[in-house]
Write a protein that binds this ligand. Structure first.
Ligand SMILES: Cc1cc2nc3c(=O)[nH]c(=O)nc-3n(C[C@H](O)[C@H](O)[C@H](O)COP(=O)(O)OP(=O)(O)OC[C@H]3O[C@@H](n4cnc5c(N)ncnc54)[C@H](O)[C@@H]3O)c2cc1C
Length: 423
């Protein structure tokens, strides 16, 4: 970059980097509370690879509290009331959402891009919401040890946003937290995940389920017209599978999910039709610095167990808006305010990760390590063979997934002025 070049500067009260679930919800809540907020998103649209479609009861509750439930229900979606488990021994229920307390006894399956488009359209009704697309943040603006905004690139060149508070919502590979020198503690995961899609057909099993077999786990999400399937494999083993060619994956699917028949070859024609998720579980020790806060995956990448990442990101955004909207409006956000957000969200995050790590250690690892001749790990045998234990686990797991350890409620007050506009 030419150092004599004049960089255009935009001044806002809050700069949110990243428009995933955390950034979109935070942008909406702050704008609704009258805070002048800009959200930077590096992509031109929300249409990306599969990154989870699950909108859980805790997020539905937030939408209800915002008066957005009726609008959200117009977005094409599907309700899931239970999750099954299928083994060579038979079937059982792994998660039963019909037993959940509160208003929502289901989870909604909504493509993530539709959910983000919905949130940003609602946010754009407030005059203080600004969304910049194709805006990739790459550096912090700092002054006297405090973060005072970011530099980003868009198709016209380099620009700067200056703001008393920057919130990193830029996901598990956060550039902002790296630039800020905040380091995450890694907790490890025994698995990686491949994602694929196969069309549904008459006679397929009903509903979302996980196919378990010694050495193998295939979560299969029922998306009405297609299966969003996952192949959970021992960490680091993708290169071996890849060396067998895509036919190796076809063989695995035919063996353990025979009902898919020749739809496997049609849905997964090459590795280009397969998404790879390198599973990580980590958490920042300190989520903030003067002028900067990290939330969502930027503060804590979650294991895919329970599919809770989107919902935790939304809960972080609600807590951040509850605690920061008022100090932001006053123009006086302190480190103590940022610490309060970490305090509020660290405990539920830790507890969720502890449960995930426990399940990784006692269920996923033994399952993936067991050979074809071995039995399923003991906790899984109990779930499938002892109905009483199975029912108790199904209730607990549903609650863990759908509500979690601390449900946040919207407390930031709305402003009244609303404009009708879309972004
Ligand atoms: C394959 C896969 C499947 C998943 N399945 C599920 C599931 O079923 N249920 C579930 O709850 N969770 C699931 N997750 C996890 C879930 O996607 C995340 O936990 C959740 O999206 C975190 O939200 P976030 O807003 O913190 O970050 P992200 O969703 O990662 O959003 C970050 C945003 O920041 C943008 N960005 C990144 N860097 C920059 C930059 N420098 N400048 C500007 N913008 C930037 C990105 O483009 C993105 O839009 C899955 C994840 C993956 C990868």
């Amino acid at each position: 970059m030419d150092t004599t070049e004049v960089i255009p500067v935009e001044n806002r009260t809050c700069c949110v980097v990243g428009c995933g679930p955390a950034g979109a919800m935070l942008g909406l809540l702050l704008a609704r509370a009258g805070v002048d907020v800009v959200v930077l998103e590096k992509y031109p649209d929300f249409f990306r690879d599969f990154r989870g479609d699950t909108i859980h009861a805790s997020t539905l509750q937030v939408l209800d509290e915002l008066g957005l439930l009726a609008g959200f229900e117009q977005v094409p979606q599907q309700r899931t009331v239970s999750i099954g488990i299928r083994t060579d021994d038979g079937t059982a229920t792994l998660g039963d959402f019909s037993t959940l307390p509160g208003k929502f006894q289901y989870i909604s399956m909504v493509p993530q891009w539709d959910f983000l488009a919905f949130l940003t359209q609602e946010a754009a009704r407030y005059p203080s919401f600004h969304l910049r697309r194709q805006a990739e943040a790459f550096a912090l603006v700092e002054d006297g040890g405090a973060v005072r905004g970011v530099r980003y690139r868009d198709p016209d060149g380099v620009r700067e946003v200056r703001a008393p508070l920057t919130v990193a919502c830029d996901g598990r590979h956060s550039v902002i937290r790296q630039e800020a020198g905040l380091v995450a503690v890694e907790f490890g995961a025994p698995m990686d995940v491949l994602w694929f899609r196969v069309a549904k057909a008459e006679g397929d099993p009903a509903g979302t389920f996980a196919r378990l077999a010694p050495g193998r786990l295939f979560p299969m999400i029922d998306r009405r017209t297609y299966w969003q399937g996952a192949y959970v494999m021992p960490k680091g083993s993708f290169p071996q599978l890849k060396a067998r060619g895509v036919g190796g994956l076809h063989q695995e699917l035919h063996r353990y999910l025979p009902f898919l028949g020749n739809r496997v070859e049609k849905g997964v024609r090459s590795w280009d039709d397969v998404g790879f998720l390198e599973v990580k579980v980590n958490r920042l020790e300190r989520w903030y610095r003067r002028g900067l806060l990290c939330i969502g995956d930027a503060a804590h990448a979650m294991s895919p167990i329970g599919g809770v990442g989107i919902n935790l990101a939304v809960q972080d955004a609600v807590a951040a808006a509850n605690l920061l909207a008022e100090p932001l409006r006053r123009g006086a956000v302190t480190e103590a305010d940022l610490r309060a957000v970490q305090r509020r969200r660290e405990r539920p995050t830790k507890l969720t990760q502890r449960v995930q790590l426990l399940m990784q250690r006692n269920m996923i690892s033994p399952l993936l390590e067991s050979s074809d001749s071995a039995q399923l790990p003991r906790p899984m045998r109990l779930v499938t063979r002892a109905p009483f234990v199975g029912r108790a686990v199904a209730r607990l797991l549903a609650r863990f997934m759908a509500i979690g350890f601390r449900a946040e409620h919207v407390r930031s007050a709305p402003i009244t002025e609303v404009r009708q506009e879309t972004v």
